[in-house]
Design a protein around this ligand. Structure first.
Ligand code: NAP
Length: 326
C-alpha cells in the first residue's frame, strides 16, 4: 500500500522532485468502512492549483483526487467485496472509504469503467454543465472550445454535436493534435495556438464570428475569444490552465469589451452542479454503448508513473482524459 505525497511546493512548472512515493500508514478497518484497491486514478489540472495552497494540499500529505477501485474488504453492509466505487482520496494504491464519502459505480456493458473518470465523470460533467446550463447551447450555434484535445475539450465536442451545435472550432498546442481533432473528434476546424496569432487563426476559422466560448485556458485564449465573439455572445469559463503555473496574467487585455459587445461571461464549478450527473449518464450511456460517442482517453500504466502522467498532462502530451491504470 503506497501513496504519493507532496514534499515541496512547486514554483512555476512542477517537477518529479516535488513528490515522493511512500508506504501508506497501517490501515485499521473500522465498522462502517471498506478497504478499496484502486484500479484507476485521475490526474487533473486543478491539482496544480491545490499545490499552491497549504489548506488544500499540505506539504507532507497525499492530496485529494478522483479514483475508481474495487472493494477488497468490507465492514459496511453498503458494499460487498468486489463492488466498484468512486472516491476522491487521490493518488494512493488503496483507500479506506465509507458509503458517505464514496459512491457505488454500476458497470454497464459496452461502457469502459474508465469512462466514469472521463466523459461520464467530472470531466464530461464539466463539459455538459458548461454547454447546457451555462451557455444554454442552441441548435446551429458556432462554438469555440480551448484545450480542445483534452478531457473536457473532447467531451465538449462530442456532447455539443449531440445537442445540435452548428460549427465547432477547437484550439490545441500542436499540429498533430489539431489534425486529430478534425479527423477523429468531430471538430469542424482546429487551430494550433503555437503557430502564429491565435486571434487571426480564430477569426479565419469563424469569419462570421462565434456565438459561444467554452474557456479551459484563460489568458490570451480568452482575449482572442472576446475579440471574435459576436455581440451578445456567451462565455462559460471552466478553467485557465495557461495561468496555473503563474506564467501569464489571468485577466484578458480586452476584458472591458465585454461591456461594448454586451457579452455574458459566467464561471462555474462542476462540484456545485452534481445534480446534472444522472441526466448526463442517461444521455451518454446509450451513445457510448452504440459507439456513437467514445470516451477519449490517454492511459498511463503503473502507480509509480502517476506523477509522470500528471506532468505530461500539464505539458499537453494527452489526447482526451489523462488517466493512470494501476
Ligand atoms: P486536459 O484538457 O485534458 O489537459 C490539460 C491540457 O491543457 C493539456 O493537454 C494541454 O493541451 C493544455 N495546456 C496546458 N498548458 C497550456 C497553456 N499554457 N496554454 C494552452 N493550453 C495549455 O485537462 P482537463 O481535465 O480536461 O481540464 C481542462 C480545463 O478545465 C482546465 O483548465 C481545468 O482546470 C478545467 N476544469 C474546470 C472544472 C470546473 O469545475 N470549473 C472541472 C474540470 C476541469 P495542449 O496540447 O492543447 O496545450
Amino acid at each position: 500500500m503506497r501513496e504519493i505525497r507532496l514534499v515541496s511546493r512547486p514554483t512555476g512548472f512542477p517537477t518529479a522532485s516535488n513528490f515522493e512515493i511512500v508506504p501508506s500508514p497501517p490501515i485499521e478497518l473500522l465498522p462502517g468502512t471498506a478497504l478499496v484497491e484502486n484500479l484507476w486514478l485521475s490526474v487533473d489540472p486543478y491539482m496544480r492549483e491545490m499545490m499552491d495552497s497549504a489548506e488544500w494540499w499540505p506539504v507532507g500529505a497525499a492530496g485529494e483526487g478522483r479514483a475508481l477501485g474495487r472493494v477488497a474488504q468490507s465492514l459496511t453492509p453498503a458494499y460487498d467485496v468486489g463492488t466498484i466505487v468512486f472516491h476522491t482520496q487521490g493518488w494512493r494504491t488503496h483507500a479506506v472509504v465509507t458509503p458517505s464519502n464514496s459512491r457505488r459505480i454500476d458497470p454497464v456493458p459496452g461502457v469502459p469503467l474508465s469512462a466514469h473518470l472521463g466523459i461520464l465523470g467530472g470531466t464530461g460533467l464539466s463539459a455538459y454543465v458548461g454547454l447546457k446550463r451555462v451557455l444554454q447551447l442552441q441548435s446551429g450555434e458556432t462554438l469555440f472550445v480551448s484545450a480542445a484535445a483534452g478531457g473536457v475539450g473532447t467531451a465538449a465536442a462530442r456532447i455539443a454535436r449531440l445537442l445540435g451545435v452548428g460549427r465547432i472550432i477547437g484550439s490545441t498546442g500542436s499540429a498533430a493534435k489539431a489534425k486529430w481533432l478534425t479527423t477523429e473528434v468531430g471538430f469542424d476546424a482546429a487551430l494550433n495556438y503555437r503557430d502564429g496569432s491565435l486571434v487571426e487563426q480564430l477569426a479565419a476559422a469563424a469569419p462570421d464570428g462565434i456565438d459561444l466560448y467554452l474557456d479551459n485556458v484563460g489568458g490570451e485564449h480568452l482575449a482572442a475569444a472576446i475579440d471574435v465573439l459576436k455581440p451578445g455572445g456567451r462565455i462559460a469559463w471552466c478553467g485557465a490552465i495557461s495561468t496555473y503555473n503563474g506564467d501569464s496574467p489571468v485577466a484578458p487585455r480586452n476584458l472591458f469589451d465585454i461591456v461594448g459587445k454586451e457579452l455574458r461571461l459566467e464561471g462555474f464549478l462542476v462540484r456545485n452542479n452534481l445534480d446534472l450527473r444522472p441526466e448526463l449518464i442517461d444521455f451518454l450511456t446509450p451513445q457510448l454503448q452504440s459507439g456513437a460517442v467514445v470516451s477519449d482517453e490517454t492511459v498511463v500504466t503503473g502507480f509509480e508513473h502517476t506523477v509522470d502522467a500528471f506532468l505530461a498532462m500539464l505539458r499537453g502530451e494527452n489526447t482526451g482524459k489523462m488517466l493512470v491504470q494501476l
